[in-house]
Ligand binder design. Sequence first.
Ligand SMILES: *[C@@H]1O[C@H](CO)[C@@H](O)[C@H](O)[C@H]1NC(C)=O
Ligand SMILES: *[C@@H]1O[C@H](CO)[C@@H](O)[C@H](O)[C@H]1NC(C)=O
Ligand SMILES: *[C@@H]1O[C@H](CO)[C@@H](O)[C@H](O)[C@H]1NC(C)=O
Ligand SMILES: *[C@@H]1O[C@H](CO)[C@@H](O)[C@H](O)[C@H]1NC(C)=O
Length: 400
Amino acid sequence: MGYKALCLGLSCILLAYHVYRPIPEGIEEPWKVQILDASVKMLSLLALLVENVGIMKFEELYVTLSSMTSIRPSSDENTTVIDTDLGDIPVRLYLPTRTSGDRRPAVIYLHGGAFVMGSSRLSVYDFLNRDTASVVGAVVVSVDYRLAPQHQFPVPLEDCLSAVKFFLQDRVLREFGVDPARVCVAGDSSGGLLAAQVVQALKSDPEFADKIKAQALIYPGLQLLDTLTPSYVEYQHGPILPRDVLIKLVCLYVTKDQALPRAMLKNQHLPRSSHHLLKFINWSVFLPEKYKKNHVYTEPVTGMLNASYFSLVLPTLPLLANDSVLQSLPLTYVLTCQHDLLRDDGLIFVTRLRNAGARVAHEHLEDGVHGALAFTLFPFRLQIGHRIKDKYIHWLKENL
Ligand SMILES: *[C@@H]1O[C@H](CO)[C@@H](O)[C@H](O)[C@H]1NC(C)=O
Ligand SMILES: *[C@@H]1O[C@H](CO)[C@@H](O)[C@H](O)[C@H]1NC(C)=O
Ligand SMILES: *[C@@H]1O[C@H](CO)[C@@H](O)[C@H](O)[C@H]1NC(C)=O
Ligand SMILES: *[C@@H]1O[C@H](CO)[C@@H](O)[C@H](O)[C@H]1NC(C)=O
């Protein structure tokens, strides 16, 4: 009995030691973030456990838990909400109640979730998109693209592209009363990457080249080449999104081969043929001085992993485009958070866009944490999540 109690006690201490990380200084509601962070770490331990015991895959636990917050479409006095298809892609549509015959702007929203989880139906995304429709007076199209690992690259991207192209047809825009000159593509985290990829792909298609007015990217991940930028190093243990979990999930986007996440953890996952692309994401060149601190640039090692899993993704990554492509991009809004391992992806993109002469609006939240938009509702309600949502919506209202 005493022995069992001792074991239990020791396990608890070990577990607490493993999940407890001091929260960085200057974060609002630190104890809430602390609890959330510990819960997320417990979740990743649990996910590893269920995977090893053979109950379900690592990612399935995340998917199962997040989909528990799915809600049905429900209209209110300001917005009609319906689930429908655009072409054959499922979407949730938010149509603001019309007060005049004027045509209105539109936002196509691509949710985050590391390409393996998330949905337009999750309560937090419903809340965000409903507010966007109501405050901006915009038609919002929240796209349910298919997810990895069942549907790997390029399926999620192609789903987003076909939904956007379907929506941009004159007949469809007219049906929803949308002004064709005021369409924005937006997304958070991996959805931010999808949004930027969609916008870049449309640019190279003569039929659609000038049909997007703006892109809005909220703490986007924009490159998968260097996983040891200063922010990746400083925030490798979170809060909220640790580096090993991100890598484990994101790799499923291209393969189930475990050699990829192992190589990516060491920053040695790139094919030799991609070496010439590293100059586009060299943080020692593009990161503002204050974020470099005493970090020393080391090049990601190429040619170690024989299988070149990322070769097909690389040409679609916005951060690997040359300056003439960047310069042609529409007005771009980037919101970055300080306490976020993807912070430098956004910061490098902002520098590169500015250097190329593109129009870019940048907001940086010194007390921001990655994924805060997923914590705007009871029982995980963070002020910072609400501030990010309000800043994004405010920007749309002023610029779309
Ligand atoms: C509808 O819009 C009004 C005015 O902006 C706002 O006060 C109200 O809270 C909105 N209703 C809902 C359900 O969002
Ligand atoms: C990155 O930039 C540094 C200078 O800051 C340079 O020495 C290095 O060669 C660059 N590496 C790549 C791959 O561009
Ligand atoms: C890669 O392939 C080469 C030649 O096929 C082989 O000699 C080498 O051991 C492989 N490297 C790894 C890391 O598998
Ligand atoms: C930039 O990239 C585009 C698309 O890949 C290519 O067509 C163009 O020639 C490149 N421009 C320069 C200056 O390298």
